[in-house]
Design a protein. Structure first.
Length: 435
């Protein structure tokens, strides 16, 4: 596989680059931690490294330096499609170079060869209670796949640290190859009476997920590709990425590690934002019996804020402009569902809510983020089971965290072990600082 060979070539150069940086400049300070950050969830503490993605306050997320518009424009696309191969993004994430069409298709081919899900995984899912949450099922399926971990087997047999990334790559390819099928199976089992649509070997990774979901609209294949690309990575500090990295830093395999990440993604403060945004939009629609006026949206937004609630989908901790991931989905909706009434609500909300938040004076960035419209698009195509949205998020997020995990092994990143302090110690530091 060409991608594996290229990694084999560039990893030694990166190891030397990191070794020299730590040796020659290891005592250079990159920031200072405050008591507020210690108690505030380590917000903005600069203590992680990833070269795969970076959130630029002015440009939004960059994948290996490329903005969202650049990625969507330049990555290779399937014939007749408007959105690129997801395999092309995975190549970019791992190698750091824009792939050719042949290189993107090679990743897609690898996924097809590795995509068969063992029967015992489906048996695990079928053994669960009928009302089990889809994220619990998703996590259980990932854990069940650990039975076939190549890294775990190779580690027991004995290998050098320099070889760790190789079985990690194999496991990552095996895992990501199977996740669309697992997610679609969970959807069919939970919401479609078990009527599972078998995968189509002729389709690419993103389009095959759309096919297995049983959605016939051709443009849903493009939406699936778009959704997975946009949700693939978001630096290393978000909860699901960091949880995956933390678990993997113990030298656990990617199945254990990504299950930890998925469990983190299931938390209401992380992966549920898209469904909360959709509920709020549906609340607007239902409150006025259809598409409201701008003044009605303004009043509804103020009523939400005055009741002590937030308006989901607006604001971002880093960005100082509208989220390009939102813009990409908005442009997709403009092209594919311009007359949909819920999208019409989303358009008016996007015009009015930032004004309201600026008037309120609390939001540093009042613009729409990625979650503000993603649920609206899924709802249009008939995926209306809110609990399932986070599973799709997890399928996309697997791309970024597995690529990061491969590179963490390649560069020998150690086990994470921050140092804790007592409250009394922090109080003493505060007294000394004031004296």
């Amino acid at each position: 596989m060409e991608m594996r060979e290229k990694l084999n070539q560039i990893i030694p150069e990166w190891r030397e680059r990191v070794r020299a940086l730590v040796k020659d400049s290891g005592d250079v300070k990159v920031g200072e931690v405050t008591i507020a950050q210690v108690y505030g969830g380590m917000r903005s503490v600069k203590s992680l490294v990833t070269d795969i993605s970076f959130v630029d306050p002015n440009e939004g997320i960059r994948f290996r330096g490329y903005t969202i518009p650049e990625v969507l424009k330049t990555l290779p696309k399937p014939k007749g499609a408007s959105i690129p191969y997801v395999g092309g993004l995975y190549y970019l994430s791992l190698i750091g170079e824009l792939p050719t069409t042949e290189q993107a298709e090679e990743v897609e081919k690898e996924w097809k060869l590795r995509s068969e899900v063992p029967d015992f995984v489906f048996e695990v899912l079928r053994a669960m209670p009928a009302d089990a949450h889809p994220m619990m099922l998703f996590s259980q399926a990932i854990l069940a796949l650990q039975y076939g971990s190549i890294f775990a087997q190779r580690y027991q047999e004995g290998m050098t640290k320099e070889e760790y990334w190789m079985p990690m790559l194999e496991d990552s390819l095996n895992l990501t190859a199977k996740l669309p099928t697992i997610a679609a199976y969970i959807y069919s089992m939970k919401y479609k009476g078990g009527e599972f649509v078998e995968p189509d070997p002729e389709l690419d990774w993103g389009a095959n997920f759309a096919h297995m979901m049983g959605i016939s609209a051709p443009d849903y294949k493009d939406l699936s590709r778009l959704y997975f690309i946009l949700h693939s990575d978001h630096e290393s500090g978000n909860a699901s990425a960091h949880a995956t990295h933390l678990a993997a830093s113990t030298l656990s395999d990617i199945y254990y590690a990504f299950s930890a990440g998925v469990n983190s993604l299931a938390g209401p403060l992380h992966g549920l934002a898209n469904q909360e945004c959709l509920r709020w939009l549906l609340g607007v629609y239902e409150a006025f019996g259809g598409v409201p006026t701008k003044e009605q949206v303004r009043n509804y937004a103020w009523d939400t804020l005055n009741s002590g609630q937030v308006i989901p989908g607006y604001g971002h901790a880093v960005l100082r402009k509208p989220d390009p991931r939102y813009t990409a989905q908005y442009e997709f909706a403009e092209e594919q569902l311009p007359d949909d009434e819920l999208f019409q609500v989303a358009k008016i909300v996007n015009e009015i809510v930032p004004q309201v938040l600026l008037e309120q004076g609390k939001a540093k960035n009042p613009w729409a983020n990625v979650d503000a419209i993603s649920g609206t698009l899924q709802y249009y195509y008939g995926v209306r089971e809110f609990d399932f949205y986070t599973v799709m998020f997890g399928v996309g997020r697997s791309l970024g965290v597995t690529a990061n995990a491969v590179w963490a092994r390649a560069l020998g990143q150690p086990i994470e072990r921050p140092k804790s302090l007592t409250t009394a110690m922090l109080e003493e530091m505060a007294r000394k600082d004031k004296s």
